[in-house]
Structure formats: C-alpha cells, structure tokens
Design a protein around this ligand. Sequence first.
Ligand SMILES: [Zn+2]
Length: 250
Amino acid sequence: MQEAKHEIERKTLEERHQMSDLERLRHSCAHVLAAAVLRIWPDAKLDIGPPTDEGFYYDFDLEHRFTPDDFERIEAEMKKVAKENQVFERSEMTREKAITHYENSGQKYKVERVNDIPEGETITFHRNGEFLDLCAGPHVPRTGNVKAFKLLRLAAAYYRGNENNPQLQRIYGTAFKNKTQLNEWLEAQEEARKRDHRKIGREQGLFTLSPMVGQGLVLWMPKGGIVRTELQNFMQSELMGRGYSPVFTP
Ligand SMILES: [Zn+2]
C-alpha cells in the first residue's frame, strides 16, 4: 500500500472559520465517509478526517484491510447517509465527559485527540444521524448537501505521521458542489495520468524506476540513453555555435 504523503496539522479555531465553502463540503464528506465505514465495520477505530487540496481523507484502524474493491460498497453506504439528509448538530462536552465517552466506546485515538485540545478551548462535537464526532466544524448544514463525491485511493498512514505509532488505513476521497464539477475533475485527472511522463517513459522503454534504487530516480535504458545523448550533443553544439566557452570546476 502507498504511504500517506501528508500529515495535517491541527487547525486553530480561527483557521477553521476561514475554511472555504468547498473545504467545508469536503470535510463534511469525511464525516459521511466515517459514518458509512462505521455502519459496515462497527469495530473501526477512528482518527481524523480533514480536507486536503484535492478533497479529504479519514484515517481508520481496523482489522479488515481495505482494498479499492470496498469503495463501491462504502460509497453506496455514503449515498444512503447523504440521502437521509441528516443535520450536522453541534454540541459541547466537558473534557472528562468527552474522554469517558471515547474510552467507553474504545476509540483510543479520539481520547488522545481530546487531550490535544488546549485547556480553555471548548470541546465541540458534531453529530450527523447516529455518528457523533469530535470536531469543531464547520460543516455544510445537512448530509444531503454532499451530493457529488468519489473515493480515490488508499494509503498507509502512521498515526500522527510517526513510524513508531500504529499504522492506520487512510481513505482519500474528493467532493464537489455538483456532479458536473466532479466529473470534469475526474476526467482531467485521467487525462493527466495518460500524459504522465513516468508512464510514457516506461511504456516507450526509455527508462525504468525501481524502489530498490530510490523513489523518482531514473534508470536510463538503451533507447532512453540514445535520446539523452542526442539531446546532450544538440545542446553542446548549440552552446558552441553561440560562442560559449566551457569551464570546468572541481
Ligand atoms: Zn467536522
């Protein structure tokens, strides 16, 4: 499984209030995802579900190993949660009550996330339907506002990004205001994938990549070697033709 690329820092209340409409929608969709996962796998332990540049994610700890084959089932459950048009209801708890609540439900990561909240800051929960989550918001008013979403991929993510911690399963997804925007974005992603130089270069036998050598390090194959040499020769002759005098330094 691919490793997660980013760890999201806890947002301050001020930063939360600055979340754009799209970020609110995407973060709300993360709640819908978590609610759906809990309906299918009630023993799942939850961490956090922030918005990202391309959508959102939610981190889970559960025995079942997610595969992309699970996406259809999870998305179908998410659609049900959206269709139920649940209101995102805000509530508050004291620190002691919040910790007891999560200890009783075996949500150990959430207990730690409660402890992250600075003294004096209100401990806020949001409920949609049966799913209650530690979260200061903001969200869209109802799950029915989450109309166009797609689960994208999985990644392994160490809790808090620390390799000494348990490895969680991250589900990435995205959400848009409507299906047209979602489909446009998905098509653009697909086009970009087709034009990815890493894909084209390998298909044409120009180079290969190997995790044994290192991520992103190119191993030139004979055909790629020809292209590379031709380019170097061309550059060399252009430089010479334009009067450059090469110097060499240690
Ligand atoms: Zn939230």
